[in-house]
Every structure is written in C-alpha cells, then in structure tokens.
Design a protein around this ligand. Structure first.
Ligand code: GDG
Length: 463
C-alpha cells in the first residue's frame, strides 16, 4: 500500500496526549493514526529560519517549518483568514481583499510545494487539506510531481455570486483543477462548485461524471467528515469531573445546556447568547433550573474581526449574568480556555442539551461528538443549526435557524421538556447516521476514490 502524505496549513502534533482544538486537527489525527505516514505543514512558529524539522511519534512523522513574518501576515492572517475564510462562510461584509496578500498566498503555496518535494516517494498518495492550500497541486505539477493529489475542503463552498467577489477568483479556481479529486462536506458545497465550473468558466461534466475545466480533467465528490463514536463514548463514560453530579434527571435540579466552539464569528455565538437570554425571558419557569456552559477557546486572535467578536461576546455574557444571576445561580458560564477532550466529552454526556448553532459551518464535529457522548438510556437533545453541514445527516436533531432568536428559544424549551421516548428515538436515528459516516469511512472512501479514479493524463502546469 502506498504511503499517505497529508499536507495542511497547520500541523498539530499531539502534545502530552492532547490534540489541539479544531476540527481539522482532530480529523487528520484520527485519519493518520490508522494508516501512519507524513504530516507536512506549518509548525505554528513565526521565524526567519526556513528549515524543516522532523519528529516521529508512533507511526506519524511530523515535518514542519516556520513561516517568516511577511508570509505569516500575507498568506495566513491576510488572504487565508481575512479573505477566503469570511467569503467561504458567506460573510462578504467581513472580507477584505489585498493584492499583495494574495501574491503572498501564492508564494507560500509555491514554497511549501518545493519544500515537500524532497520528502516524497513516487507512489505516495498526497492529501491536501483546506482553503489555505488551494493552489498547492498546481505548484506540485509545476515541479513535475506526478503523484496522485487529492484536496478536501473542510469549510463550505459558496455559491458563484459570492465567490466571484474575490477578484482573482478565476485564477484561484483554475489552480484547484490540478487536483485529481476534490472533496466537499456536503452536496450543497459540491453543487456550488459545479455551478461555478459550468456557468462561470464553461467547464463540462463528462459522461463518466468527471469534470473538465481549464483544460484539466478531475473529479469532485462528497465526503462528509465524521467522528470515532466508540472512542467518544469511552471518553465520555470515563470522565469523572466536577460537573458529574449535575445530572439532568433524578434528584439534581439543574440541567446543563452546552456549546463548544472555537471563538469564531461563523459559529453564531452572539446570536446564541441572545437566544439563551430570550429563552430565560420567555420561559421563566426554567430560571435557576438550567445553566448554559459555553466553552470557546480563542482562535486567530490577531485577526481584527476575531477581536471584535470576542468583545461582543464578553459584553453579551456580562449583560446576561449581570441582569439575571442570583447569589446562588449563574445562568451563563462563558469559558475562553481550551479543555482536554475527555472533559469535553464528559460535559457533553451530562448536558441535557447540545446547543450547536453556527451561522455557517462546513460540517461541525461538535454536533456529532455531542450525540456520540450520550448515555443511550437517557440521551440529551441536540439543537442544531440548519446551516451546519451536519444538519444534512443529523436530521433528527431539533433543527433551528440561528437568525431566528425566538425560534431558538422555543427549541431550548422543547428540548428541555422532551419525553425520554422521543429523546431515545431521535438519538438512535442520529447514531445510525453517525456510525454510517464515521471518520474511517471519510478517510477510506476519499482515499479509495483518489487511488482508483482514472483521470486523463494532464499537461504540466505552465508558469
Ligand atoms: C473545521 C470546519 C469542520 C473545541 N474546543 C476544544 C476542542 N475542540 C474540538 C471539538 C471538535 C473540534 O475542536 C472543532 O471542530 P468543528 O468541526 O466543530 O469546527 P472547526 O474547528 O471550525 O473545524 C468545520 C471541521 O473543520 C472538520 O472538517 O467540521 O466545519 O470549520 O472536535 O471537540 N478540543 C479540545 N479542547 C477544546 O477546548 N481538546
């Protein structure tokens, strides 16, 4: 079997048994743990030293390098996180475009492909992850790397009307066509991509289902990322933390509502806080009987829009607690720090409601983790945004529109009152979906397709 080489912007080695917060890190770790291989990318450091450092833990070799300050500013903080991230999450209002940052993005992709080349063997399968690295395959082809290269987009793909706001959208999308296989989280994303390729650049869908555009032939498919349900359940069961006595049933009165997100404007945190306040106002009988725990480790804190959202949340949390708390009751626990995975899964298990309401999300693994953590005999209820990719699979969640404050408040009330039989039914239905599309299936089906799809011989990329 050929070796797997994974490339992502950030490589996150397990430190002291802990995986970093973030869906991509969690997903790639589990994927590589099965097969072993190389994980190549940025170390997370900013330094002028361009050398690659290699560290092998178990069957994974982490090959990482630092970015210099200019690359970090232009490629990472700039084009990736201030242009692509907001636009791919349908937030034109938060996006900016700067040509130098785009050039920096292209330059870093070219540099990374050059650094990777000496580490490659001819039959390695290369799997590139996410929006930071869209042009990576084209740079590889330019360097005559002929291996199979697949790309998985963890975030949504926006409709052409939104995508075309990016001035070099044409060039950017042309580079994407040098992959052999492009994977999306949902069919909505794949169709938006296909729409761009056929309407905007007159690409053609071939009889075998492949696409031809910009003179390249390639495949696009849907590979919803999943979780490892057995592992989550074991972690959740083994949690012995402090909140354990705060069960939702029996003799203990207070029920928990829980949310866990990277602190990001796409996650709908402000809207969620407002909905929780509306819930306590509309349904005062729940006051003192519920506590909402929001865990939100900070991320990308040097990007301006992330500082703004953090301030908004602090003000909203202070407002809710200031207005509604009592000496013996704090309605909202807002925690900005990261927690270990066992604690998170344990908190999920003992929370009566998982409140997962992004404004837009590629998949949202927290939704699946919440369900997989539950006690099958007394499961909690998932309240889930229709705009999370996960809503396509977890159709038995209480599906809400995160822009509808009252609708979300009503869903919380309904979730907290839901009879055991209905909770079990919904849980079992969701678990079937989670088991059918778990993390192994995501990795195995994507890599099987990447290995077996035959694409036409491609001309080398031109300078
Ligand atoms: C991107 C896409 C897509 C969170 N806080 C802590 C922590 N986490 C873990 C969660 C979960 C992961 O991070 C977050 O994953 P999500 O999928 O919810 O969201 P993103 O980080 O935005 O991920 C997303 C994903 O990629 C995968 O394709 O689903 O749409 O945006 O696993 O549990 N983990 C630890 N401490 C924390 O405080 N250890």
């Amino acid at each position: 079997m050929s070796r797997l080489v994974v490339v992502s912007n950030r490589v996150a080695p397990i430190k002291a048994g802990k995986v970093a917060a973030g869906g991509l890190a969690v997903g790639i770790h589990d994927a590589l743990r099965q097969s072993g291989g190389i994980w190549f990318g940025w170390s997370g450091e900013v330094s002028a030293n361009p050398d690659i450092g290699c560290e092998t833990v178990g069957n994974i070799t982490y090959a990482t390098l630092a970015l210099n300050k200019r690359d970090y500013d232009q490629y990472y903080r700039g084009f990736s996180n201030a242009t692509l991230w907001p636009i791919f999450h349908y937030r034109i209002d938060l996006a900016r475009y700067n040509r130098e940052e785009y050039e920096g993005y292209r330059r870093v992709n070219a540099m990374l492909a050059e650094k990777l080349k000496p580490l490659l063997k001819p039959d390695d399968i290369i799997w590139i992850h996410d929006y930071h690295l869209i042009p990576f395959a084209e740079e590889c082809r330019r360097l005559s790397i002929r291996n199979r290269i697949g790309f998985f987009l963890h975030i949504p793909f926006p409709p052409p009307e939104i995508l075309t706001v990016i001035p070099p959208h044409n060039e950017l999308l042309r580079t994407l066509c040098y992959y052999d296989l492009i994977g999306f989280q949902t069919d909505t994303d794949r169709l938006a991509f296909q729409d761009y390729m056929t309407r905007e650049v007159r690409g053609v869908i071939e009889a075998d289902g492949s696409l031809t555009a910009y003179g390249q032939n390639f495949r696009a498919g849907v590979y919803p990322i999943g979780v490892v349900p057995e592992e989550i359940r074991e972690l959740a069961e083994s949690y012995k933390g402090r909140r354990r006595p705060m069960r939702r049933n029996t003799d203990v009165l207070r029920k928990n509502i829980i949310s866990v997100d990277r602190l990001d404007y796409s996650k709908g945190l402000v809207e969620r806080f407002k909905a929780y306040e509306a819930f306590l106002d509309r349904f005062p009988e729940h006051r003192r009987l519920v506590e909402f725990i929001q865990i939100a480790p900070t991320s990308r804190s040097d990007v301006k829009t992330y500082q703004t959202i953090r301030q908004q949340l602090e003000s909203e949390a202070g407002h809710i607690n200031g207005r509604l708390s009592d000496l013996d009751w704090t309605p909202l626990h807002y925690l900005n720090k990261s927690h270990d995975r066992r604690t998170l899964m344990g908190l999920f298990r003992y929370a009566a409601v998982g409140f997962v309401t992004p404004l837009r999300d590629g998949m949202n693994l927290v939704a699946k983790e919440y369900v997989a953590s539950q006690n099958p005999e007394d499961p909690g209820v998932l309240v889930l945004s229709r705009f999370a990719g996960a809503a396509k699979e977890l159709t038995s969640a209480l599906i809400v529109n995160p822009y509808d404050c009252i609708g979300m408040a009503e869903a919380l009330d309904r979730a907290l009152r839901m009879p055991l039989a209905e909770r079990k039914d919904r849980y079992e239905h969701m678990m079937r979906a989670i088991r059918a599309a778990d993390l192994d299936a995501w990795r195995d089906i994507f890599l099987r397709d990447l290995r077996t799809f035959s694409s036409r011989p491609r001309p080398a990329a031109k300078k």
